[in-house]
Structures are given as structure tokens and as C-alpha cells.
Design a protein around this ligand. Structure first.
Ligand code: RUB
Length: 302
């Protein structure tokens, strides 16, 4: 959890691949490929839900495999892997900035905006709107059990934005005044469902009932290719001690701690990506454009 948030996870995975490419002591192209694939498999098991992680690794490894097929020597493979890792990180930063600029157009003067957890994309939207001279305020849900809402509230305060911190269970109490809910994503499924921090789907259902619009801010590398052929997104379940740090007195009680949940597309009005704004139902088109109709599910690290 030192590295958290789907964008950050993807960027550090790229950095991990770059470090391995720099340090690999392989002496043959095949040895180098084996080292890179082993590092990929090691990185992949660190967090299961954010698809940005396998997508970042796929970006780097698929290019490496095609360079290798062309008969490139080991130093060429090393150089290209380093530059592809760096390119992924700069594309990611550029996407977050573009999403900020596009999403900011949807923030209106006087809006009250609710957010949940801590998303770089959401913060980018809010900061761009603020820099554009709009006056609005934000309600940040604290996000039990890891309290990432504190990070959001502090970042917005530091940027000069009016922010109020509330407990997650107070969301409905405030939704009558809220104009928009804005959230990030760990994965976007082909049917437009969005996987994000636990509690997001509760807020989305409440927002739907209160007729409050919900906007998702997500880069296209958070779209999950496996869901095109029916794969389900694995929901990370974390340690019970995140909820009850001292288990004394709780013996015999099962404690469950899923870290993410699934918001159905019916509760989502729009998704802001770096390519533009789409309705959730268009998620499959983004995936088909990125991966083609031929995506087989065979992965470069297998
Ligand atoms: C973070 C979380 C964020 C998304 C999007 O969960 O759910 O909303 O990852 O963030 P955790 P970003 O703290 O468990 O990683 O826009 O920064 O990618």
C-alpha cells in the first residue's frame, strides 16, 4: 500500500520493468526475455484488481516480443525496453492531465461534488476546474478502512479548493445538496461497469436514487481486455486487521474486507478518458479499438 491508486501502480510496474532491463545480467536475447517475463509475473501478483498493472506490463512485453522476433540483439532489446517503460509512464501522466482538462469542462460554477477514495484522475479534474476559475466545493468520503479520503481532502485543501471530509455512511445525508459524484477506476469492464474502491457502488446507487449524476475519470489503460470474453475482475480481499487492528474481544467473529466493488453501468452517466467522453456502454468500443477483435487472452508473460 506504499504504492496505491491504479495509475501509480501501473507507473511503478513500468519502473520495475525498466529496472530489471537495466540490471539483467543475461547474455543472450532468450535469457533477457526470460528475465523480463519472470519480473512481469512477480509484479502481476502484487495487486489483482487494478488492470492498469497487467496493461502496463503488456504494453512493454508485447513490444519486447516483437523486437525479439525481428532478431534484435540483447543491447537493442534492453534499450527498447527501457524506452518503452519510460514511454508508458509519460503517456500515463499525459492521459491524467488530458482527463483533467476534459473533465474540468463538466464542472460548473457553484457545483457541490462528492468523491470517494483517492484518485489522481479525479484530483486532476478538480484542480483543472479550479485553475479555470470555477468556484465549487468538494465533499470527500473518508473511505474506510484505509482512509484514502484524508489524502484527497488534504490534496484539495493544498490546491486551494473548498473541501469537507465526511464519514462514508453520511454520503446519503449530503447527496441532496450534491450536483455530481466524480470517482476514479481500477478497472472498467467491457459492459461499462466500473470497479473502484469499496463503497463506490453504494454511493452510486444512492446517487442514482437521489438523481445525482455520476462521472468516472479513467485512462484507457484501465479498460479490462479480459472482460471482452467474459473474464471477471478479481476483487482483492485484504487483511481483517485493517478493520479491527486488535482482534482481542472479536474472537469467533468472521471479518471480511473486500477492497473494491462493482458499479453497474446503469448508475454511470459518463466516463472521461484521455480520448474524450464516452457513455459507459461504449467501453467495449474502446477495448476493441485498443486490442482488436482478435484479442485471444494469450498473454505475453505466459
Ligand atoms: C484506490 C482507488 C482509486 C483508483 C483510481 O484504491 O480505488 O479510486 O485506483 O485512482 P487503493 P487513480 O488505495 O486501494 O489502491 O485515478 O489514481 O488511478
Amino acid at each position: 500500500m506504499d504504492i496505491r491508486g491504479a495509475a501509480e501502480i501501473a507507473q511503478y510496474a513500468s519502473l520495475g520493468m525498466k529496472t530489471e532491463a537495466e540490471k539483467s545480467i543475461a547474455t543472450t536475447p532468450q535469457g533477457f526475455m526470460d528475465d523480463m517475463k519472470e519480473t512481469a509475473r512477480f509484479l502481476l501478483i502484487t495487486r489483482p484488481t487494478a488492470v492498469s498493472l497487467p496493461n502496463a506490463i503488456r504494453y512493454i512485453l508485447s513490444r519486447l516480443m516483437s523486437d525479439n522476433e525481428k532478431g534484435m540483439g540483447i543491447e537493442g532489446l534492453r534499450r527498447n525496453t527501457i524506452s518503452n517503460s519510460e514511454r508508458f509512464i509519460s503517456l500515463s501522466n499525459a492521459a491524467i492531465q488530458t482527463i483533467g482538462e476534459i473533465g474540468a469542462r463538466r464542472i460548473k460554477e457553484g457545483d457541490i461534488i462528492m468523491t470517494h477514495c483517492n484518485s489522481r484522475c479525479v484530483i486532476s479534474v478538480l484542480i483543472e476546474a479550479y485553475k479555470g476559475g470555477k468556484h465549487f466545493s468538494v465533499i470527500a468520503c473518508e473511505t474506510r478502512p484505509r482512509l484514502q479520503g484524508h489524502l484527497t481532502a488534504k490534496a484539495l485543501r493544498d490546491a486551494g479548493i473548498d473541501v469537507t471530509l465526511i464519514v462514508d455512511s453520511a454520503a446519503r445525508y449530503f447527496l441532496d445538496d450534491v450536483k455530481k459524484v466524480v470517482i476514479g477506476a481500477d478497472s472498467v469492464a467491457a459492459n461499462g461497469a466500473v470497479i473502484n474502491k469499496i463503497g463506490t457502488s453504494t454511493i452510486a446507487a444512492l446517487a442514482h436514487e437521489a438523481r445525482v449524476r455520476l462521472m468516472v475519470a479513467a485512462e484507457t489503460y484501465k479498460f479490462h481486455p479480459g472482460t471482452m470474453h467474459g473474464e471477471l475482475v478479481e476483487i482483492e480481499e485484504r487483511d481483517a486487521t485493517e478493520i479491527i487492528p486488535d482482534m482481542r474481544g472479536f474472537e469467533g467473529i468472521r471479518i471480511r474486507n473486500p477492497a473494491f466493488d462493482i458499479t453497474p453501468p446503469e448508475y454511470i452517466d459518463l466516463i472521461v478518458t484521455e480520448l474524450g467522453i464516452i457513455p459507459p456502454q461504449a467501453a467495449v468500443l474502446v477495448l476493441k479499438e485498443q486490442y482488436g477483435w482478435e484479442f485471444s487472452g494469450k498473454e505475453p508473460w505466459e
